[in-house]
Ligand binder design. Structure first.
Ligand code: ASP
Length: 291
């Protein structure tokens, strides 16, 4: 039994097409919210929970992350991920990593097995190999990229999770195949601590959308700073950051959970695939605003 409220939010990306059904993704995310609830109620740390949930999202093939990633213009799969522990502010990230099933596991290895915060490209691959992480033997048969609507470059499905555990610790994790048809070597906001991913003692945050705008808005760091210095709620701070992203010309969504269990899941794109474990134990899931 837990003594303090636990809470969690997960997302499957803020690229939602008006007429498409997302029932499969919503059911999947709801089942992961149930799983996160069970883990948190059994006393799992927020860090372990966000890693476990993002791993499930990665291997499902339902999102543009892990198995569902799309190739870059060289027909190669370069993936980004980050994880952050709010209590210690330890963080790990991989960028433009190739050839491994779980970028989020690799990010955690960067955090725990190296003195660094981020490894990119072949350095990330080499660490994953050294740590014995599961490799992708044949990228062409493993990855299951979604069709690109109208041939457009379209950010559809980064995944992320934020959690508050029964000891009051917060953590965030984000993983992505990046934007569709991206340039080789392009790195988005997800693995950049303070842009697409952040956790401290007040709040844990994961972003999704056109990464270039989230980087230029320092989106996740701005949410955290507004909570710390202006005492805004996670929802107020996330909405402010999204307005800034919009001012710059981008859109997307932000999930956040505060240390008191208040959650936020606003977006300014057409929708965001999302599931929430509220602090009162309720679980909700959908592509609409669940804040
Ligand atoms: N933010 C991701 C990126 O720019 C894309 C996404 O959220 O779907 O790499």
């Amino acid at each position: 039994m837990t003594t303090r409220p636990v809470a969690m939010v997960l997302h499957g990306g803020a690229g939602v097409l008006a007429k498409k059904s997302y029932d499969r993704e919503i059911d999947h995310m709801r089942s992961l919210a149930e799983r996160g609830k069970a883990m948190l109620n059994e006393g799992a740390t927020a860090l372990d929970v966000v890693e476990a949930i993002v791993y499930e999202l990665e291997i499902s093939g339902h999102y543009v992350a892990g198995k569902g990633s799309s190739p870059n213009t060289d027909n190669r799969y370069e993936l980004d991920a980050a994880i952050m522990d709010g209590d210690t502010r330890n963080a790990g990230a991989v960028a433009a990593m190739e050839g491994f099933i779980s970028p989020i596991h690799a990010a955690r290895k960067v955090m725990e097995s190296t003195p660094h915060v981020m490894l990119a490209g072949w350095g990330a691959n080499r660490l994953a190999e050294r740590e014995g992480l599961e490799a992708v033997d044949d990228p062409d048969s493993y990855y299951t990229p979604a069709a690109v609507p109208d041939g457009r470059a379209y950010a559809t499905g980064t995944v992320g999770c934020v959690a508050l555990d029964c000891e009051g610790r917060l953590a965030a994790a984000t993983s992505t195949g990046g934007t569709l048809k991206k340039t080789p070597g392009r790195v988005g906001d997800c693995p950049l601590i303070g842009a697409g991913t952040w956790a401290d003692q007040d709040v844990a945050i994961s972003c999704t959308g056109q990464g270039e705008f989230f980087i230029r808005a320092l989106a996740a760091g701005t949410v955290a700073a507004r909570i710390r210095y202006l005492h805004e709620s996670p929802d107020e701070a996330a909405r402010w950051a999204l307005k800034d992203v919009k001012r710059l010309g981008g859109d997307g969504g932000i999930i956040a959970v505060g240390r008191d269990g208040r959650i936020a899941a606003p977006y300014n794109s057409q929708g965001m695939k999302c599931a929430v474990l509220h602090a009162d134990g309720r679980i909700t899931a959908g592509v609409q605003d669940l804040s």
